[in-house]
Ligand binder design. Structure first.
Ligand code: SF4
Length: 363
């Protein structure tokens, strides 16, 4: 009898610290869909921060404890008293007509916080809302998304609203909007995460037999702090591009079953002397973008440098190198110590030119 996928993933995780997928990890995974290492670590719900530390390359990104605490306090303030602040924002700043409010907190069902129970309750309430038109606010809905054949539960700390007949995903972030402008990188990251939630919510609506595109808006609502105060402000964000990109990348992920089949028997991500060998045995696809999005970036960069692949130079340079894969060949073509094959004539000429210029500048 074949072992079910969840059991195989539990075995792969072993006693390693668990860490659930969230919209940020899914958005990051879809940014590098060719990386089997990240796909397996995330599918097995392994805490990559712990793995990176075990490998001797602790991550150097992520929010400080101060920023996390501040973010949680801001979110709690926006959601206090049945999301009173949020409703005021929607009515005054976005000019949305919010009907008589019904508020549901789905963080637990009674005392039960099990994923399956919360997902069933979320599904039931959305079904009720679709049929009756009732149900305005859903706090902490639990959504589900198929990631390369493995189910991931998403616990957005957002609220889905029914406005003008459509559900909207709301993302609450504590970064500042100053004079109507916010950090573009933070807005882009928030938009990618919201797109993941929209896709998951559309799956739920489709599962109810309804039209997901008609019922789930492609506009997300982003709530941020205003001008460095603790006061919230809100904006509608068009997520169509992000939804298309994330959706396309999700459909391109190699199936987790297939990746598991390629692993040797009995391997796991348990901390211990075998961990480095296990991680090294799974294909990675390091790019400089990993630095901003994956906890294993320093470990994978060191590995890629040692292997001498051109991937460390980034996608743009790789494209310019037209299929040359290792640094040694690139450098040899640049200094003319090897003759280029005919198909690399143009690239070799540009490399020699770039080297000449560099030497001239260096004096
Ligand atoms: S840092 Fe490593 S594991 Fe993470 S996405 Fe990049 S290559 Fe994959």
């Amino acid at each position: 009898m074949t072992t079910p996928l969840p059991a195989r993933l539990d075995r792969l995780r072993g006693t390693a610290t668990a860490c659930r997928h969230n919209a940020r990890t899914i958005a990051a995974l879809t940014a590098n869909p060719g990386c089997a290492r990240r796909a397996l670590l995330d599918a097995a719900a392994v805490d990559k921060t712990v793995i990176a530390r075990e490998l001797g390359f602790p991550p150097r990104f992520g929010q400080s404890q101060f920023a996390i605490t501040r973010g949680n306090a801001f979110e709690a303030m926006v959601k206090a008293n049945g999301c009173a602040e949020l409703l005021a924002l929607l009515r005054t700043e976005l000019d949305l007509s919010v009907p008589e409010v019904e508020y549901y907190d789905l963080a637990s069902v009674g005392d039960n916080t099990a994923n399956a129970v919360r997902y069933r309750r979320t599904r039931q309430l959305f079904d009720h809302a679709v049929v009756t038109g009732e149900g305005t606010l859903f706090d902490h809905p639990l959504l589900r998304l198929d990631i390369a054949g493995a189910t991931a539960y998403l616990e957005p700390d957002v609220v889905a609203l029914r406005l003008g007949g459509q559900f909207h995903v709301v993302e609450i972030k504590s970064f500042a909007v100053v004079d109507g402008q916010a950090d573009p990188a933070q807005v882009a990251a928030a938009a990618r995460q919201s797109a993941v939630y929209v896709i998951a919510l559309r799956e739920l609506i489709a599962d109810l037999g309804e039209d997901p595109d008609a019922l789930v808006s492609h506009n997300g609502i982003l709530v941020c702090t205003n001008d460095f105060t603790n006061r919230p402000t809100a904006a509608l964000v068009d997520l169509r591009k992000q939804i298309a990109v994330v959706g396309r990348q999700l459909s391109r992920l190699t199936s987790i079953e297939q990746l598991l089949d390629e692993l040797p028997d009995g391997v796991s991500f348990e901390p211990g002397p075998e961990l480095a060998r296990t991680v090294a045995g799974i294909d990675a696809r390091y790019t400089p973008e990993c630095m901003a999005s994956c906890e294993l970036a320093f470990a994978c960069r060191a590995e890629a440098r040692q292997e001498g692949t051109v991937d460390v130079l980034g996608r743009g340079v790789c494209d310019d190198l037209g299929g040359l894969e290792d640094m040694a060949t690139v450098l040899a073509l640049a200094d003319g110590s090897v003759e280029p094959p005919a198909e690399f004539d143009d690239i070799a000429r540009l490399l020699r030119q770039a080297r000449r210029m560099r030497l001239e500048i260096a004096g």
